[in-house]
Design a protein around this ligand. Structure first.
Ligand SMILES: *Cc1c(COP(=O)(O)O)cnc(C)c1O
Length: 388
């Protein structure tokens, strides 16, 4: 396709079809607009998608992860091993339940938690591992659960970006060839499936689901027509039917949307291989078309060379923006934020994440793009990096 539908190419953009928009209208007209039948229908569809596992939906991915930690009974005095290379909510929720995040360095190739560094970080206080599947690329699930099993740790998977990703042929969140504990997804507007805001938690059994449901609405359990009990402190984290109906439609489109992402990602590799950018030090993501859902296409810039030329990541982003190409940074390292520095963390403790975090750049990738858009991005990057 030798054209573009988007004069300015953002790094991402949701795909919402007319059937979805009209279904939202139907919910609004129905008179039942907060959580109700559409939420139940979405939970049922997701449960089917995850091979029959127990699923509940929540207002957003962050609330979903916090509830997952509470369901796993993680709280004050406990440590949770995680990665500093994530959206800050991953470790904010650990702090929110009163536990302590322990940041382990990443694998420079996958940019995910380096599983081989986990054992050295385990202490008697360690209760859980919270891996993040950056860009939708999972970690080695077999190894992850081997470690968890050996040290009797819970796993709370931050699979916010990994809906549709897989390992050994199993969809992340399902559990056939490897175990799976609590798996949290986000349906925020930028994710591969969106409900505008929303999330879901895949759990092990109905006992966990009942607790999650209570935590979702003020700890309330209803019985009969007039009975109500509150036996745990819950919050207000329910998903509305307006959001849920969007998710029902998105889930049906997910295979097609994923296929489009795959095709565009493949084209990125083909285009980059025709340039000298890789020899110039640009690092591409792992070429994993088996496991990844291609949530993002992230490159690592040759940052030292850029610095020698008086440039930095922001100047690269600005030059690309001037050529109508939007980019993003996912993510500034969590352990360098003021809140975290004041708690004694800093990115010197995770040097590989520090290097990758300072140079990582998210290029546009979303199903509405054309192959010509991919060519635009690669060409623009070639121009920006030509002096390197
Ligand atoms: C989006 C995201 C979250 C948080 O999800 P929200 O729905 O925005 O609360 C958490 N972790 C990762 C890795 C994410 O990408």
């Amino acid at each position: 396709m030798n054209h573009s539908n988007l004069p300015f190419l953002p790094f991402t953009k949701p795909t919402i079809d007319e059937a979805t928009i009209s279904a939202v209208g139907d919910v609004l007209r129905s008179g039942w607009i907060t959580n109700g039948p559409k939420c139940l229908e979405l939970e049922k569809s997701l449960s089917d998608y995850f091979g029959g596992r127990t699923v509940r939906c929540f207002a957003n991915g962050s609330a979903t992860m916090e509830i997952a930690l509470r369901v796993a009974n993680i709280g004050p005095g406990d440590e949770v091993i995680t990665t500093p290379m994530s959206w800050v909510s991953t470790s904010n929720v650990i702090l929110a339940v009163g536990a302590r995040p322990i940041f382990v360095d990443i694998d420079p190739r996958t940019r995910n938690l380096n599983l081989e560094l986990i054992e050295a970080a385990i202490t008697p206080q360690t209760k859980a591992i919270m891996p993040v599947y950056l860009s939708g690329l999972p970690v080695d699930m077999v190894r992850l659960y081997q470690i968890a099993h050996q040290y009797k740790l819970r796993v709370v998977e931050d699979a916010a970006q990994a809906l549709g990703s897989s390992w050994l042929g199993d969809t992340i969140g399902s559990a056939n060839h490897f175990p799976s504990d609590l798996v949290s997804f986000s349906f925020q507007a930028n994710k591969n499936l969106t409900t505008i805001e929303g999330g879901c938690l895949v759990m092990n059994n109905e006992i966990e689901a009942i607790l999650a449901q209570k935590l979702r609405i003020q700890g309330v359990t209803r019985t009969g027509l007039d009975g109500m009990e509150v036996d745990v402190l819950g919050g207000k984290h329910n998903l509305t039917d307006v959001n849920a109906v969007i998710g029902i439609h998105q889930l049906k489109q997910l295979p097609d949307l994923m296929q489009q992402r795959q095709t565009l990602a493949t084209h990125y590799f083909d285009c980059f291989e025709k340039t000298t950018l890789i020899e110039q030090g640009l690092e591409l993501p792992p070429k994993d078309f088996t496991n990844s859902n291609w949530h993002m296409f992230q490159v690592v810039l040759p940052i030292e060379k850029l610095h020698q030329l008086g440039m930095n990541r922001a100047t690269v982003m600005q030059k690309l923006k001037d050529m109508n190409i939007g980019t993003g940074v996912h993510y500034p390292l969590i352990n360098d934020f003021k809140l975290y520095r004041e708690l004694g963390y800093n990115s010197n403790q995770t040097p590989i994440a520090q290097r990758v975090g300072s140079a990582i750049l998210t290029l546009p990738l979303f199903p509405l793009m054309t192959s010509y858009d991919v060519e635009r991005v690669v060409h623009a990057l070639q121009l920006v990096l030509k002096e390197i």
